[in-house]
Design a protein around this ligand. Structure first.
Ligand SMILES: NC(=O)c1ccc[n+]([C@@H]2O[C@H](COP(=O)([O-])OP(=O)(O)OC[C@H]3O[C@@H](n4cnc5c(N)ncnc54)[C@H](OP(=O)(O)O)[C@@H]3O)[C@@H](O)[C@H]2O)c1
Length: 306
């Protein structure tokens, strides 16, 4: 059988209103792909750039999603409550888990009666490896420990175990996606505007990062190559330590005062919410490398633009 070389169309993006969803919609639409989005809110009438149709889906009921999937050859699922930096109450932890696990499971159930094959790229995170300290990890490494690692394991398992035969499923184990327009860098720059560079736990933890341009190109690559299934790390080949990354990506030439914040008070104030700040992953993507994917930005270099 000849390998597909073209992007599928239409592509459904679940969670299209978010940081990654919005950028992916515009990127794929710019390459001729029709984009169908979903959101939980029926009163959202503004279409994100590149989206031709916006459906309402609550992220839970498979019976409501199944009819929307008719004739769709590929789905990217980004649904999930954002990880806020504030103490995570038991109710908020439940929301973080349920919003991801339920939508992943419901998507698979909704596809169970499909006859034609369908490509699914399910959102996931390198946090699955837990705190790796100086140890390198790739897709063959075992999962780690902690609230976030457990969450990601359950999130991936919900999708993987329930995937129907006709679904070709890849799990997007995403690192920190870097762009001036959203996510980590936007939050960092709003703090750096105060003249400080916050270094929780001293800043020696590794950050597996990926430039937004490479992220979008890698997702497109995975939409085309449906033979790649299972976990795929979406992170640049050269992770950086938190302190170096935040210094190299700071905006403009102004020197920011490094503000060392010891781990203990961060843990005390934030509890489990301190995990993504204090812990890190030194991950690389064996699957993308073996498949021949080329990063435009493999290293953080001085002057790199986001
Ligand atoms: N950005 C990164 O650097 C990064 C790194 C690693 C992993 N990830 C993962 O990749 C996915 C997308 O990331 P992102 O940065 O685009 O996230 P985001 O901006 O927070 O967007 C997430 C999307 O999920 C939907 N959503 C929010 N709360 C929800 C809930 N309670 N139940 C169901 N859906 C909900 C929202 O859509 P509506 O409100 O329109 O329904 C939103 O469009 C997330 O699962 C995230 O954990 C992101």
């Amino acid at each position: 059988m000849a390998e597909p070389t073209a992007l599928p169309s239409p592509v459904m993006i679940i969670g299209v209103s978010g940081f990654l969803g919005r950028h992916l919609a515009a990127y794929l639409a710019g390459r001729g792909v029709e984009i169908v989005g979903t959101t939980r809110f029926s009163d959202r009438d503004e279409l994100p750039e590149g989206v031709s149709r916006l459906n309402t889906w609550n992220g839970r009921e498979e019976s409501e999603l199944a009819p929307l999937l008719k004739g769709i050859p590929a789905v990217v699922n980004f649904a999930g409550a954002p990880l806020k930096t504030r103490p995570w109450t038991p109710a908020f932890r439940r929301r973080l888990r349920d919003s991801r696990i339920r939508s992943a499971a419901a998507l698979m159930s909704a596809l169970s009666s499909r006859r034609k094959s369908v490509r699914v790229l399910q959102g996931s995170a390198v946090g699955v490896y837990g705190n790796t300290k100086n140890r390198w990890v790739d897709e063959d490494s075992p999962s780690g420990r902690g609230f976030l690692a457990d969450l990601v394991v359950d999130w991936e398992t919900a999708a993987w175990e329930m995937r129907p035969r006709q679904v070709s499923l890849a799990l997007l184990r995403t690192g920190v996606v870097l762009s001036e327009e959203g996510g980590f860098l936007k939050r960092l720059h709003s703090i750096q505007r105060l003249g400080i560079n916050p270094l929780p736990g001293g800043g020696r933890q590794w950050v597996s990062w990926i430039h937004l341009e490479d992220y979008l190109a890698a997702v497109a690559f995975l939409l085309i190559d449906t033979e790649i299934t299972g976990p795929v790390n979406l992170c640049a080949p050269f992770p950086q330590r938190f302190a170096a990354l935040t210094a190299m990506t700071s905006r403009g030439k102004i020197k920011r005062l490094p503000l060392h914040i010891p781990a203990r008070p961060v843990r005390f104030a934030l509890g489990a919410a301190a995990e993504p700040l204090l812990e890190g992953q030194r991950a690389r993507s064996k699957r993308l490398r073996d498949a021949g994917f080329r990063f435009a930005h493999p290293k953080l270099t001085a002057g790199i633009q986001f």
